[in-house]
Design a protein around this ligand. Structure first.
Ligand code: FAD
Length: 329
């Protein structure tokens, strides 16, 4: 039997973030043969979590909100099953807004819930996509290749465009220049382990309107870490200005900025840079059909809103267009 990477599959989903997993779950549910590949070590994309010793951090998306009917339904369902738990209803004292959900045990729980029964191949970076005799020929880092009847492409748009360029994919010049101009805010994040309680008040999240820090969360108060530890997100302006700076210096600046709110000492930390944190504009359609024969659809939060919910809705839209119009039934 050929190695898995050489088999021909019906739909290849590139990216195991929320949009990719939402698309894959619907396609698998409709009986399609689906494989998901991702360059990361874990699935979830920007819904990432990390550990430093005993400390557990959500270091990308911090919480999930739901507005649309289907996404409300999935949060309720996952809430009942224990995959999600209500964190709070807002971060100011006594806030009673819409639920802010957190994943159990961390934010990767929701994409992992969608991944049940689906073939997800991690640490597989796609290097190029080429259209060849009515199917897609996808080359992975290291040289392995996959043939697929259809592709859903979910990385942030600049990364998806680079993959399309690698196979010399032709598209109308106005579309190419529009997609090539898409931009994202970056975000520098510091994950800091404390030697005692942070001193933040419950529920443990603080958003800042100005200054170098935009978000500060205590992962122990949030309920995901057994020991006190903080996720600090720098503001888009600070992140842009300091993107190429020494990461130790970045951490020193951000740790100094949060000192007035934090009672204990930082005993360990890591810095992470989200190059494509948030799209600065959102396309008008929830996904984009780039090619019909063979089908290739682009999806992700830049198509249906820069949040976990937008990513899920985009993935579902991409699966629906494949199932309803582009794949043989
Ligand atoms: C710091 C931060 C804070 C946030 N806070 C919130 C929040 O509180 N609430 C909220 O709703 N949203 C939040 N978001 C936004 C939310 O995380 C995203 O909107 C959502 O997770 C995007 O999902 P996606 O599937 O579209 O993209 P991604 O999660 O980026 O998934 C794309 C996947 O493609 C993979 N990939 C890329 N290139 C390749 C390649 N060549 N080969 C293979 N795989 C590849 C990546 O590894 C990644 O896993 C936050 C985001 C960040 C970064």
């Amino acid at each position: 039997m050929p190695p898995p990477s050489d088999r021909h599959i019906e739909v290849l989903v590139i990216g195991a973030g929320m949009s990719g997993m939402a698309a894959a779950a619907d396609l698998a549910g409709a009986g399609k043969q689906v494989r998901v590949v991702d360059k990361g070590r874990d699935l979830g994309g920007r819904m990432a979590s990390r550990r430093i010793g005993e400390a557990v951090f959500d270091h990308g998306a911090q919480f999930i909100t739901a507005r649309s009917e289907r996404f409300c339904e999935i949060t309720r369902e996952c809430g009942n099953q224990g995959t999600l738990q209500e964190w709070c209803r807002g971060f100011s004292p006594g806030a009673m807004g819409n639920p802010r959900w957190r994943g159990v045990p961390d934010m990767t729980a929701l994409p992992k819930h969608l991944a049940r029964g689906i073939e997800v191949c991690l640490e597989k970076r796609v290097e190029s996509i080429r259209c060849e005799s009515e199917s897609w020929h996808v080359t992975l880092e290291g040289g392995a290749s996959i043939r697929a009847d259809a592709i859903i492409l979910t990385p942030p748009i600049p990364q998806s465009m680079a993959l399309l360029d690698s196979g010399n994919f032709q598209m109308p010049p106005d579309l190419k220049s529009r997609l090539s101009a898409s931009s994202y805010e970056c975000c520098l994040a510091v994950l800091a382990v404390l030697d005692g309680p942070s001193g933040l008040s419950s529920p443990g999240g603080m958003a800042f309107e100005e200054g170098p820090v935009s978000w500060l969360a205590d992962n122990q108060l949030k309920g995901i870490s057994p020991i006190p530890c903080l996720t600090i997100h720098a503001s888009p302006e600070f992140s842009q200005q300091h993107w190429d700076a020494d990461r130790e210096e970045v951490a020193a600046l951000l740790l100094r900025a949060i000192k007035p709110w934090v009672r204990s000492n930082v005993i360990d930390f890591q810095v992470h840079g989200w190059r494509y944190s948030k799209p600065t504009q959102v396309e008008s359609e929830p996904c984009m059909v780039m090619n019909t024969h063979p089908p290739l659809v682009m999806a992700g939060d830049a198509f249906a809103g820069p949040k976990v919910e937008g990513a899920a809705c985009s993935g579902w839209a991409a699966a629906a267009v494949l199932l309803d119009k582009l794949l043989p039934s």
